[in-house]
Design a protein. Structure first.
Length: 484
């Protein structure tokens, strides 16, 4: 199960999941860990989200290392992934659903995405009880479609975090700052075709503008702007505490997002994000038990700007006349996990709940309120037999969607209703609501010294499917790697 999340087996692993890079030096009992892996995978089947491919394959490489010296520790990773998907359409974004606005196209075709990512962290002791550190996390991607309506994307996600930790005996206290920026710029184009292609600007819950792709309503070809640039600046801080085998952390961040560039800023979307992580490990001779609870909340408001265009001295300017709230959502996620390991048997179980309350008011006085909820359960068992690790994964998921529509004013005099891309919204709702079962197997063989081969295969079966292409989804992956 390439997707199965195997949780930490000791408190130092909890620290390694932290946003504080100074904490990579919490456990130096193993002087060095490193691995490198090549992989190839395939996914196929009709049960997929609207922006995913009925058939896609990935290939890439990933490597990581953690090295401890006398007074300093270094950590780093690098990964490259090549994805090719057939008959893809829908969202033009590299990370669909992350931003509160999206642009959709409707011509199925082949898409390619190359993703590059690396991380680096350093932690150093500066005294008996104090250590400091800094870390960087960088991801970039190129995403393209070579069939009209074609598009190309340039995606960037960069985070920098300085931090410190104070430790004395069984107690450790850490804190860090975070500054980050992410951006995505889909640029649409039409070459060699005289057909007319539509695009849809999704302002949330599939309300928005549907028109010819170079029309002013979807902002893909506005004068003075390249494509549909969207970005976000993030400022945050984290706090961590450990006493013996118990661990806790709290992270907060504030983000300022906008779509547009220079004076043409069409949308502004500030957001708040809060994350809580609690964990503990009980160890006895030959075995360990880990329990972990994570929760996060994100609240976002999206505002659409009304711009006035005017010319002065032959130069065109834009002035913001008003800012209109069009969307608000609160998203809450909670995950409880348990891991058991005795060297021969590894069991991980995870229960997660996610809730989202969304209010859309793209057109006065109409208000649409939607509440979504889904529950996921997964259990992964791995048995070690000499050279082999044999695993099985079982899981299920259920979801619900409740929606109400109302008017904030009875006698507004407004004629008509906001446009909604109903067929695509039905697909999104069905993806959330459909109950599904998940099963998979994985096998890892240590063939020579640190070298290994690994095979994963998974299957998802959904029920009550009518809007999506089918109820089945298959995934397989083969990898070869080396543990140094």
């Amino acid at each position: 199960m390439a997707s199965a999340r195997l949780l930490a087996q000791n408190p130092s692993d909890f620290w390694l999941d932290s946003s504080n890079p100074a904490l990579i030096r919490q456990d130096t009992s193993v002087s060095r860990t490193a691995s490198a892996e090549l992989y190839s995978s395939i996914s196929t089947g009709g049960f997929h989200q609207t922006w995913e491919a009925p058939l896609s394959w990935n290939a890439g490489a990933r490597t990581h290392a953690l090295v401890h010296f006398k007074d300093i520790s270094l950590a780093g990773s690098f990964a490259f992934d090549q994805m090719q998907g057939n008959q893809m359409c829908g969202s033009m974004m590299v990370r669909p659903g992350y931003y509160p606005v999206d642009v959709l196209e409707f011509t199925p075709g082949k898409k390619n995405r190359q993703t590059y990512s690396f991380t680096g962290a350093i932690s150093a002791d500066i005294s008996t009880h104090w250590r400091i550190g800094a870390g960087i996390d960088f991801t970039s991607a190129n995403y393209s479609k070579r069939k009209d309506l074609r598009h190309s994307n340039y995606f960037l996600d960069l985070n920098f975090s300085p931090g410190f930790v104070w430790h004395d005996g069984d107690i450790s206290v850490g804190a860090n700052l975070r500054i980050g920026k992410n951006s995505d710029t889909p640029v649409a184009n039409q070459i060699g075709s005289k057909e007319t292609f539509d695009a849809f600007l999704d302002k949330g819950l599939m309300f928005g503008r549907l028109e010819i792709w170079d029309g002013s309503g979807v902002h893909l070809a506005d004068a003075g702007s390249t494509g549909f640039p969207i970005r976000e600046m993030i400022y945050g801080a984290g706090f961590q505490f450990q006493k013996k085998q118990l661990y806790s952390s709290l992270d907060y961040s504030y983000a300022v997002g906008l779509a547009g560039e220079k004076q043409q800023v069409w949308f502004r979307f500030p957001s708040h994000n809060l994350k809580l992580d609690l964990g503990g490990t009980v160890c006895s001779p030959g075995e360990s038990h880990s329990i972990r609870f994570r929760a996060d909340w994100k609240g976002l408001d999206n505002n659409e700007n009304v711009l006035d265009k005017y010319t002065d001295g032959g130069i065109t300017y834009y002035k913001k006349v008003a800012s209109i709230p069009i969307l608000h959502y609160d998203n809450v996620g909670m995950t409880a996990s348990y891991v058991f390991d005795d060297g021969s048997n590894h069991i991980s179980a995870e229960l997660s709940e996610e809730f989202r309350a969304t209010s859309s008011f793209v057109m006065y006085p109409f208000v649409t309120e939607r509440f979504t909820e889904f529950t996921t359960i997964e259990v992964h068992y791995i048995r070690t037999l000499k050279r082999f690790d044999l695993g099985v994964l079982l899981g299920c998921r259920r979801g619900s969607v409740k929606e109400t529509q109302r008017q904030s004013a009875e006698d507004s005099g407004v004629v008509g209703e906001p446009f909604r891309l109903t067929q695509w919204d039905e697909k999104e709702v069905e993806w959330i609501r459909a109950p599904r079962l998940k099963a998979g197997i994985d096998a890892k063989c240590r063939i020579w010294r640190g070298m290994y081969l690994k095979v994963d295969a998974g299957y998802v079966r959904a029920f009550g499917i009518s809007a999506l292409e089918g109820p089945n989804r298959f995934h397989g992956e083969f990898s070869i790697g080396y543990n140094f």
